[in-house]
Design a protein around this ligand. Structure first.
Ligand SMILES: Cc1cc2nc3c(=O)[nH]c(=O)nc-3n(C[C@H](O)[C@H](O)[C@H](O)COP(=O)(O)OP(=O)(O)OC[C@H]3O[C@@H](n4cnc5c(N)ncnc54)[C@H](O)[C@@H]3O)c2cc1C
Length: 430
């Protein structure tokens, strides 16, 4: 069967096994090798694909919710959208939210996801009090910062390569409104963008949409959005999608001219400096269009997300933007984020600095451009995000992830490398 990731690239073959019970899981483990767990398939490349894919979505039950302390225990297949619909009305929110609510808790842990508040609070796994992991021999262990610590550090950001996350206990954050006060700053160029981030480093949330086709004096021109939870208001929450992309757009529709036009409109339509917006429109603007990934056409797209350490962030991001704008292969979505300190999870992506994320339609020219961007990222000691990756080389991984060898050793020692292997882990010799 042909398997498709969110980016619809690369195309790979495999079989899908939906699982419900622990027995279903042990059955697959005894019958198959070269398998990987899949959440809601929102990673862009080949990290959730193997010859055998274990589909965890039916394991989505809530196990316990302490509404006084904000501690939630739930199965790994639960979607963030379902979690928010249950916890927001009780005055709680997940402390770290990605750019889509359509991912599972297992996927959030396996990628150790970050949000628009990484500079303040860190990653998703920093709020995971404990998790239960099924190893390749079917044994189930509990891991946390104090119990089976090595397994915890390898599993958080471990891309499903250490075992199957069955369930997790998560510390939530209190809120008293379902709205965010959003403040937008239009910037003139990259220097100005960095200034706004620096001046607002204590803002709870910050993110910039960046015009990656802007050049020369305007290179790095952005709209920086800051956010704070409103302190009073309603607590209703319902996932809403307004539109659906009905079919794949022909690939010529997205070109440097249409992207330029979109960027121009986006920059100029941003007028109001401060406004109160719903949680969904602040955190998950893309979720209002179902299947927006079809916009990139049938040959798919790749997301390129890198982080450059703080001491080189400005020059590194400038070099990347110069290369992209010169290539005229603009990205429709280009997002800059300020990141806080790295954590101890072996393959966790964030490090103190700035992260740039860009979407590119796949073609030969783009893939060549991305190889050039890799060299810039390496030159500035940055790294690429595994859950967005579909094509990086082993050398690029090793250069950016100093704990990659420790991770490989953990896999060998626990023999998880004999069972759990994705197309990505095979490519990267993880
Ligand atoms: C529109 C969009 C915006 C995004 N924004 C952000 C963002 O702001 N910040 C960010 O950090 N990420 C972001 N992402 C990436 C996304 O959060 C990750 O790719 C996430 O891992 C996807 O979760 P999933 O449930 O779809 O997992 P999948 O894509 O199915 O799997 C991802 C990885 O998790 C592993 N995995 C899944 N479930 C389990 C389990 N139960 N046990 C063990 N391993 C498991 C898989 O093996 C795989 O390696 C975004 C993605 C999209 C599409």
């Amino acid at each position: 069967m042909r398997l498709k990731s969110w980016g619809n690239y690369p195309h790979v073959e495999g079989e899908n096994y939906p699982v419900v019970s622990d027995d279903d899981l042990t059955d697959v483990l005894t019958q198959k090798t070269s398998l990987i767990v899949q959440g809601n398939n929102r990673s862009y490349g080949d990290s959730a694909f193997a010859q055998t894919v274990i589909d965890m979505k039916a394991r989505d039950h809530f196990l316990d919710f302490d509404t006084k302390k904000g501690i939630l225990e739930l199965q790994a297949g639960a979607l963030i959208s379902d979690v928010l619909e249950s916890i927001v009305p009780k005055g709680w929110i997940l402390p770290v939210l990605p750019g889509t609510q359509l991912i599972t808790i297992g996927g959030a842990i396996a990628s150790d996801i970050h949000g628009k508040n990484h500079h303040n609070v860190g990653t998703f796994c920093q709020f995971v009090k404990s998790l239960r992991l099924m190893l390749s021999n079917g044994e189930i262990i509990k891991c946390s910062n104090t119990e089976n610590v090595q397994a915890f550090r390898a599993t958080c950001a471990g891309m499903g390569l250490t075992g199957i996350i069955l369930d997790a206990t998560i510390q939530l954050a209190p809120i008293s409104s379902n709205r965010i006060k959003q403040t937008s700053h239009k910037t003139k160029n990259l220097k100005h963008t960095f200034e706004i981030f620096n001046e607002n480093n204590d803002s709870s949330y910050s993110v910039a949409w960046i015009d990656c086709l802007a050049k020369d004096q305007e290179l790095g021109k952005s709209v920086v959005m800051l956010g704070e939870h409103e302190t009073e208001g309603e607590l209703e929450y319902k996932y809403k999608s307004r539109h659906k992309m009905p079919f794949y757009l022909p690939s010529f529709v997205l070109n440097s001219w249409s992207i330029r036009l979109f960027n121009w409109l986006y920059y100029f339509k941003t007028k109001k400096k401060s406004q109160s917006v719903q949680l969904q429109s602040f955190f998950f603007p893309l979720d209002s269009i179902v299947d927006w990934n079809k916009m990139y056409g049938k040959s798919g797209f790749v997301q390129y997300q890198c982080v450059i350490p703080l001491e080189h962030s400005y020059e590194g991001i400038k070099a990347l933007l110069n290369k992209i704008s010169d290539s005229k292969q603009g990205s429709f979505l280009a997002v800059l984020k300020r990141m806080g300190c790295a954590n101890d999870n072996l393959l966790s992506f964030p490090m103190e600095g700035y992260s740039l994320a860009l979407d590119f339609k796949v073609n030969k020219k783009t893939l060549e451009l991305l190889d050039t961007l890799d060299e810039i990222v390496k030159q500035y000691n940055g790294r690429l995000y595994l859950c967005k990756d579909a094509r990086m080389s082993e050398d690029t991984l090793n250069h950016g992830y100093k704990n990659a060898e420790k991770f490989r050793k953990f896999r060998q020692d626990t023999e998880s490398n004999k069972t759990f292997n994705s197309y990505q882990s095979t490519r990267l010799k993880l």
